[in-house]
Structure formats: structure tokens, C-alpha cells
Ligand binder design. Sequence first.
Ligand code: NDP
Length: 474
Amino acid sequence: ANARIGLVGLGVMGANLSLNIAENGFPVAVYNRTGAVTDAFIASAGALSERLVASKTYEELVAALPRPRAVIIMVKAGGPVDAVIEGLAPLMQEGDMIIDAGNADFHDTRRREAALKAQGLNFIGMGVSGGEEGARHGPSIMAGGNPSSYEAIREIIEAIAAKHQGQPCAAHFGPDGAGHFVKTVHNGIEYADMQMIAEVYGILRDGGTERERCAPAQIGHLFEQWNKGPLNSYLVEISGKVLQAFDPETDRPMVEMIVDKAGQKGTGRWTAIEAITLGQSPSAIEAAVAARAWSAAKETRRAGAELFGDLEAEPLPRPSEEVLERALLAAKIIAYDQGFKILSAASEHYDWGIDLASAAEVWREGCIIRSALLDDMASAIREGLPHDQLIFAPRFVEMLRDGAGALRQVVAYAASAGLPVPAFANALAYFDTMRQGRGTTDLIQAQRDFFGAHGFERVDGGAGQHGPWGGAAG
Ligand code: NDP
């Protein structure tokens, strides 16, 4: 045994994670299905290649590791993970551990954990965020599985993770799928964050009078300014950079050369699906998933533009940049509230015991949704959330009392101008529902009782009551 840990899959993430582990002083045995990739990786690793052990077979990989062995899998999610486990597990011995560091569906993680446990092996489902750069120099890491297995690799994980004021952005969140679920919700929130920034871009690009409409670089410059204030975050920062970039071939703004069809690998959708299964509805996240799905129908949208594109709108005045900034901040807080609620509902349902504050803490650095606001969120959650609502935490109540009007102004403007802002609009609808002590579902309950005798609860007491619908019912 001449390595401390093994890693399978030298794609973008696996190669960078291996270098990160090696740089932190832990020798890594690496394996890739296509052997030539392993050779090229070792050849390009420079001085770090001394801490890399090239393995051409699973047997070689396993033989390079001390017991209990730990092997990280970093391949495409889904079938490839099962294929690697199938190759690796028979060569491992009781107490050894497999760590899936890809973007797995947490249901798969639960299934794999149970199957490997039956073979005497430990399985850690571990979400890693931060893209290529994060994997190389410090990602945010969300682990799940047997706590004693996590303890065995904790030293390595904390060494390679991003740091927030010296604290590693890595944590163990609970058994089986807990870590991958926290990563899934992270990605769901990421979808909402990205969509809301894109909605502001749309308003500035397409809204207002001819003279008010902004070129991408102007919007990018504005985001660069916002990044110095309360919206300081990785996504606002990179949006500012992206919008100020020009296509070297045509000299036109780079974004104008990009087809407006968004891709998705599933994590945003999984967040929405699981939330709905648990009786929740993270409307801002769902809206972001929907916006990407709608965008894919480019030809249909072109046909729609022919039919309806010229519909007259009577737009209100376009909100100022300052109003847009406050609206984005308010909508973001609301989307995060929804994200934390799903975490809490799933944790209860699957008995994970997820510490929500710890999730906010590991998201402060290294990951795609890192932002100044997450530090406030972590503190608010540690202090305890009234009614489990982030939007009720005193520091956010203040921000929302200030920002809700701006959000309303932006949604009203967008509706009047015919510009779609699904994430903003859904965040606002959720917020307005949560501040309405008496809503309109009294009528829904009456309707349900009328046609289905479902019964309702009376305001003056008594469940299972029925209305005087008489013979009309049914
Ligand atoms: P890449 O596409 O760069 O690499 C894929 C790797 O998977 C290659 O090493 C490939 O081997 C291997 N592979 C594919 N199919 C099989 C198989 N059937 N058996 C064995 N190995 C296989 O992927 P990424 O590095 O981008 O992503 C890896 C994981 O990390 C995914 O789950 C992804 O969702 C997740 N992730 C990615 C992020 C990113 O920014 N890219 C961020 C966070 C998570 P071969 O060379 O032989 O084809």
C-alpha cells in the first residue's frame, strides 16, 4: 500500500480533486476507465505526480490502498457509478469504503448504501460543489452515510475543502442519502439564483424605452457594482464578467452569440420533485426549472413570437437599478427560505437529522451559491427560526420589509411590459401567501366538500364539518 486513498474517474472533477488531495499531502491511487487518460493525467501533474499512483486495473488500485480502504468515485452520475461499484466492490473487504462524489440522485445513494452494507462495505454519498476550480483548490463538500466512515476520511475531506475564516466548508449531514440531498437542494437554489439574475438581465436588456435599454456590457458593469454590496456572491460576480465579455471572432457581446436554450442535468428538477412528494412547493426553484425547460423549445417560441409577439402592452415605467437590486435581494431570501424548508421536510421524512445551519455554513465558500448573505443566513438559523421560516428571522424581516415593495414593483412592471419573470413572480406569490393571515382556501375547502363531501374545519371549532349544500351536492 503506497497511497492513502483511491480515486476512480479522471474527468474534469476527478482529475482536479486528485490534484487537490495530493497537494494536501495525501498520496492518491488513481484509475480511469480509459487508461490513456490516466497516463496523460500523470504526465501533466508536474511535481504532484510523486504523490499519484497510476493504476491500470481495479486490482492495482485496491492493492495500492491501506486497510480499511477508501475509494472515491467521480464519474458521470447514474449507470456509470453502478458500473464502477460492480467492478470495485468484489475486490474490497469488510469495513472498506466507497465514496460517490458525483451528483447522484439521493434515492440511488440510499439504494447503493443498502446494497453495499449487505456486503459488509461502507458507502458515503458525498456532494461536491465548486466546479473545476473548486475541485482543484477547495470545494464545498456535503457528505452522508455512516458517521464512523466519515470520521475515517474526515482529515482528508477537511484538508481539501474550501475554508471560511479557517473553518472547512465540509460537513457530514446524516445517514445514507443526506449529503447528496443537501447537494441537490444546493443545486436547486443555484437554479433559482441564476434564473433571478437572468430575469434582471432581461428587464434591463428588453424593458423600458429605446434609450433605457442596456447593452450586455452595461448590465455586466452594474452587476460588478452590485457585487460590492449586499448581493456580493459568486454568481453575481461571474454574471458581471460574462456580460462584459466579447466574442473574439465577431467582436459582438459574447452572450449575444449564445443560443438561449438552457441545459440541465437533473438536480434542480430532483429538488422540485422531492419537494412536491413531501407536500412542499419551492415555487422560485420550480420556476427556474420551468424556465430552463421552456427555453429548450426554441422553435416553438419562434412560432409563438410570430403569433403573439406584437401584442400591445402598456408598460409601467421601468424600475430603477436601485429598485432592481433590492428586488433581487428580497427574491433571493425568499428562494433560500424555500430551499431550507425542503431540507427540513426531507430531513424529518428520512430521519436524517440535517443541521440546516451547517448547510448554510458549508455553502459560504467553495460552492457555486457562495455569497455574503449565506453568512447572515447561517447566523439566523443558529439563532433559531420563528415558525421554521427564514423570512421570519429578525434580520431578514427587516430586509424584506424594505425589499418586498421593490420586488412587487419589478413583478408589476414585468407583467405590464410582457416580460417573463417566473422566479420573481413565484417568490412574490409565496411571500404574499405567507403574510396573509386569512387566505382563500376556505372556498377551496367548500368546493371540495360540495363535490366530494371531504369535510372542513370550522373557524369556531370542530373538524369534519359539512356545509348546507343539501341536494345540490354531488
Ligand atoms: P466528465 O464528463 O468530465 O468525466 C466523466 C468521467 O466518467 C470520465 O473519467 C469517464 O471515463 C468516466 N465514465 C463515464 N462512464 C463510465 C463508465 N461506464 N464506467 C467507468 N467510468 C465512466 O465528468 P465531470 O468530471 O464533469 O463530472 C463527474 C461527476 O461530478 C458527475 O456526477 C457530475 O455531475 C459531478 N459534478 C460536476 C461538476 C462540474 O462542474 N463539472 C460540479 C459538481 C459535480 P472515460 O475517460 O473512460 O470516458
